[in-house]
Design a protein around this ligand. Structure first.
Ligand SMILES: [Zn+2]
Length: 131
C-alpha cells in the first residue's frame, strides 16, 4: 500500500490490514511495566503472603478507622531487601487502612512499637566529623 492510500485509509477510518502493517503493529511492545525478575519476586511473595493472611484474618494494628480484616502484612523492620520482604515471622497482620496509617502517622507508630525509628544511624556523615 502506497503512502497516499495509507493516508486515505487513515482519514476514512479504515484499518490497514496488510501483512506489513500487521507485522509493524505486533512489534510495538514498549517497555515492560515490571521486569521478569520483579514479576517472579512478586509472585513468590504473593504465594507466601496469601496463606499467611488466611491464617491471620484479624488486623492487629487497630488504628482509628480500622476495617478489622487483614489485607496484608505490615513489615515493622521494613522490606528493603528480599530477605526482609519474605520474612513474615516478624510481620503484623494489617488492613490496608492501618498499613497506610502506620506510614502516615509515623511518630505515633514508633511510640506503639509498630515500626522501627528511621535515620537513627549516622553512617552518612560518619567520616565527615572526625574528632
Ligand atoms: Zn486495621
Amino acid at each position: 500500500m502506497g503512502y497516499l492510500e495509507e493516508r486515505r485509509a487513515a482519514k476514512c477510518g479504515i484499518k490497514n490490514t496488510t501483512p506489513e502493517v500487521q507485522k509493524k503493529e505486533t512489534k510495538k511492545k514498549g517497555i515492560a511495566p515490571v521486569s521478569k525478575k520483579t514479576a517472579q519476586k512478586k509472585k513468590d511473595y504473593l504465594e507466601k503472603v496469601i496463606p499467611w493472611i488466611k491464617a491471620n484474618p484479624i488486623c492487629k494494628i487497630n488504628f482509628p478507622g480500622c476495617t478489622g480484616k487483614t489485607q496484608g502484612a505490615h513489615h515493622p523492620n521494613g522490606k528493603e531487601t528480599l530477605e526482609k520482604l519474605m520474612d513474615l515471622a516478624g510481620c503484623i497482620p494489617a488492613c490496608n487502612h492501618c498499613n497506610t496509617a502506620v506510614e502516615q502517622k509515623h511518630a505515633e507508630a514508633v511510640k506503639q512499637g509498630l515500626i522501627g525509628k528511621r535515620n537513627t544511624k549516622t553512617t552518612r556523615y560518619k567520616n565527615t566529623f572526625k574528632k
